[in-house]
Design a protein around this ligand. Structure first.
Ligand code: ZN
Length: 408
């Protein structure tokens, strides 16, 4: 019996998971290590246990589910993604990568197929980075790109540390985070953009990623009274931050179509109605398909900051706290995914990922590849995020076909 994806079963699992942390408009809010994320992890783990998968969890909360192969000496073929969401999350970003992986294992069990190599399904902790920065935290720590101690000390906006959140949610496992013994890593994800829909592609073969550079900016001015202080004597950090936000946008507009940039987060001090603000923190990033172009965007940002400092008599400290990419994914795995998609009469298109993904951290360690399915309207990080049951099932089937070939 040829293993085949059960589209209904996969869709029902996606919809059942979406009920946890459901928000109006068909979205989900399950930020990392919140009670909602923890409940989703438990539901997922229950499904894995029903399938007889062996469960391991590491100290940063990554979940590894293993199906044994017939050859004990063979390295595992691994796949998965993440179940956490942004505050205005949809039902698909990350989730389909984990639940399609589960459906791959369910289909194999149903067909009575045992692969030569073991298979490992992964749910990475805190991919989104909405609550604890940086994003891709679990995979970053497992890859050795960020130390466990540094990650555990990171706090959210309420001062809760990752260590505390892991302890309170019961998600800290006994395994030391480390690269696993894998022969290949695959991740199915939604495109999160409009290109596949516009071009009629069923399966996106992700050949690489943009290069992104992340910054925390601290605008330091001087506190004063909103009334008596003359305008020319003010050093207003919030007004300066407003200029920074627009400068970031302008840099991206000039770098179209392959450059992007946005300021996303702001903290204003003292944030009091009678006060001219004296300290404003911002987060922003610049990214581009071409790495030197992203570095040039950072140069433009720094020049814009220097001009704002001078004009307004403020200081702007720049903390370049993280980068990702550019990553070139494994061309052989990309070719395998393309071949499996074409064998099922699916239209493929080579893509560059504009968003960060856990696969970015796996690519230097293992032959790695990603495949995309279309996002209706290109909408993402939004409750309206949607892919059809057929689109998701096609991606899962190509994943299954590729896993079968790799695992023997
Ligand atoms: Zn994602």
């Amino acid at each position: 019996m040829t293993p085949t994806i059960n589209s209904d079963r996969l869709w029902q699992s996606i919809m059942a998971l979406a009920e946890i942390g459901a928000i109006p408009g068909n979205g989900s809010c399950r930020m990392a290590l919140t009670p909602e994320d923890t409940a989703a992890r438990s539901l997922f783990l229950g499904w894995c246990r029903d399938l007889g998968l062996a469960h391991q969890q590491d100290a940063i909360g990554n979940q590894y589910l293993r199906r044994a192969g017939t050859d004990p000496s063979a390295k595992a073929v691994a796949f998965g993604s993440h179940l956490d969401t942004v505050p205005t999350g949809g039902r698909f970003d990350g989730i389909i990568g984990v639940l399609a992986g589960l459906e791959v294992l369910r289909a194999l069990a149903e067909a009575g197929v045992r692969t030569k190599a073991p298979l490992e399904l992964v749910n990475w902790m805190n991919e989104e980075g909405s609550r604890f920065r940086p994003a891709m935290m679990g995979s970053r720590v497992a890859a050795g790109a960020f130390s466990l101690a540094d990650a555990l000390a990171i706090t959210d906006d309420n001062g809760v540390s990752v260590a505390q959140a892991l302890a309170e949610s019961g998600q800290a496992g006994p395994l030391p985070p480390a690269p696993r013994d894998w022969s290949a890593w695959l991740e199915l994800h939604i495109e999160q953009g409009p290109v596949m829909e516009a071009t009629g592609a069923d399966i996106g073969i992700v050949v690489g990623t943009m290069h992104a550079r992340y910054f925390q900016l601290s605008v330091i001015g001087e506190p004063s009274h909103v009334g008596p202080t003359e305008m020319n004597r003010r050093h207003d950090s919030l007004a300066a931050a407003a200029e920074v936000i627009l400068a970031v946008e302008k840099i991206a507009l000039a770098a179209e179509p392959n450059g992007r940039a946005s300021a996303t987060w702001i903290e204003n001090i003292p944030n009091a109605r009678g006060n001219v603000s004296h300290l404003t923190h911002l987060h922003c990033d610049v990214r581009h398909n071409d790495a030197p172009a992203a570095v040039a965007m950072e140069g433009e940002l720094r020049a814009a900051l220097a001009a704002i400092e001078k004009r307004r008599g403020v200081r702007i400290d720049v903390d370049p706290y993280a980068t990702f990419g550019p990553i070139a994914f494994d061309p052989r795995l990309g070719a395998l995914l393309r071949q499996k998609a074409e064998a099922r009469q699916l239209a493929t298109r080579d893509m560059i990922a504009a968003a960060g993904h856990d696969s970015v951290l796996m690519a230097p360690l293992f032959p790695s590849a990603m495949l995309f399915v279309p996002s209706v309207g290109g909408i993402t990080h939004n409750p309206k995020e949607y892919s059809t049951p057929e689109q998701v099932a096609r991606g899962a089937q190509v994943l299954l076909d590729a896993v079968l070939e790799l695992a023997g």
